[in-house]
Ligand binder design. Sequence first.
Ligand SMILES: NC(=O)c1ccc[n+]([C@@H]2O[C@H](COP(=O)([O-])OP(=O)(O)OC[C@H]3O[C@@H](n4cnc5c(N)ncnc54)[C@H](O)[C@@H]3O)[C@@H](O)[C@H]2O)c1
Length: 403
Amino acid sequence: MLPIYIAMPCWDTTLNFTENSIMNRPAPAPTQFLSVEDVAAIVARVGLASTLSRMADYIEADYRRWQDFDKCARVASHSKEGVIELMPIADASSYAFKYVNGHPKNTGAGLPTVMAFGVLADVASGRPELLSELTLTTALRTAAMSAVAARALARPNSKSMALIGNGAQSEFQALAFHHLLGIQEIRLFDTDPQASRKLIANLRHTPLRLTLCASIGEAVRGADIVTTVTADKSNATILTPELIEPGMHINGVGGDCPGKTELHPDVLRASSVFVEYEPQTRIEGDLQQMPADFAVTELWQVLKQQAPGRSRADQITLFDSVGFALEDYSALRYLRDCARELGLGQALSLIPALANPKDLFGLIRPLSQAAPPQAAASGAAPRGAAPRSAAPEAARQELALVL
Ligand SMILES: NC(=O)c1ccc[n+]([C@@H]2O[C@H](COP(=O)([O-])OP(=O)(O)OC[C@H]3O[C@@H](n4cnc5c(N)ncnc54)[C@H](O)[C@@H]3O)[C@@H](O)[C@H]2O)c1
């Protein structure tokens, strides 16, 4: 094997001072990791009703300071079977992103339709503070967001909800509407009867009255709220205009990708339509079927009382939900605060803890190579944990790497 010689540049004589001050600094806190089990433990300790309610409060508080955020539509990579999306957002202090997919045929192969993880980072330094599972969290935050929208848009005395699509998201939707809006009856329909049976089994110990229906029409008839949360990579028509009754609030969750919709265009025409972030919903929501000038209202305006929500009891309101990065930012913030409070999560060795941040090479310095003098004097950290900087003396010489 040939030795490769790399000529090192002349060492800056001021470096010793810089290094010494760096080495006296406390090491930055490691990235925290929240696994699926950690998030499940948070829900178990806090309680599902409180988790949904507190997450809804975080989301609503962040939506009320809409102007603080640097926003963009998510970046989507489409394939024949599904989509993989990256959802970034930031304010002056925190940056968040979520990785999420949508593959409706996954369940046949033993995988969830939607899987996700995400990061919360410190804007001032770029340091990732938290890496968390977001599959379970997406179901929680989507249900909390649906409830935030419905609290502003549905008739206040709403008691029954049709729930079309009884897959992974459905129980969370049912319970968010029960706990946050007082919904007492859920009228279920899914093309897969096993999915509805699973929902009924999961919610049988709750006070909810669960009515299994034989068709979408039967489920929707007389319901105060209609939630559509189906998964099919097609322009489906789960709701047609003749099913819609005056005063209904529609929570359209499953139409969230180009070529993947749930509502007949006339349902949108009959409704006052509310969206999360208009540029994204025009591409991804049921709104994609409508002309570019079709009127919609962004929900933050209603929450800040800058635009009306429901103004009449017989008005049909529609929340065309697609899932916006701000909800994941809020959810990550909630998880970070909760994990701190409860002492949950693990320190993750994701970013090197360097005694001298300029000595990244110390991580891979051969063990046989002598530790730099400063490092030895101040107590050399174990290799890989907090390696010390290369000795200026040694660095003046040529460094030989044997491949
Ligand atoms: N808007 C958001 O923020 C958001 C967040 C998460 C998921 N979603 C979307 O919600 C949908 C549901 O997600 P999931 O994780 O519950 O998926 P899932 O695959 O677990 O469940 C979907 C259910 O829809 C049923 N279904 C399909 N076509 C139907 C039809 N025509 N009528 C009745 N039922 C039908 C399926 O049988 C299945 O049980 C997906 O489309 C997903 O992309 C949206």
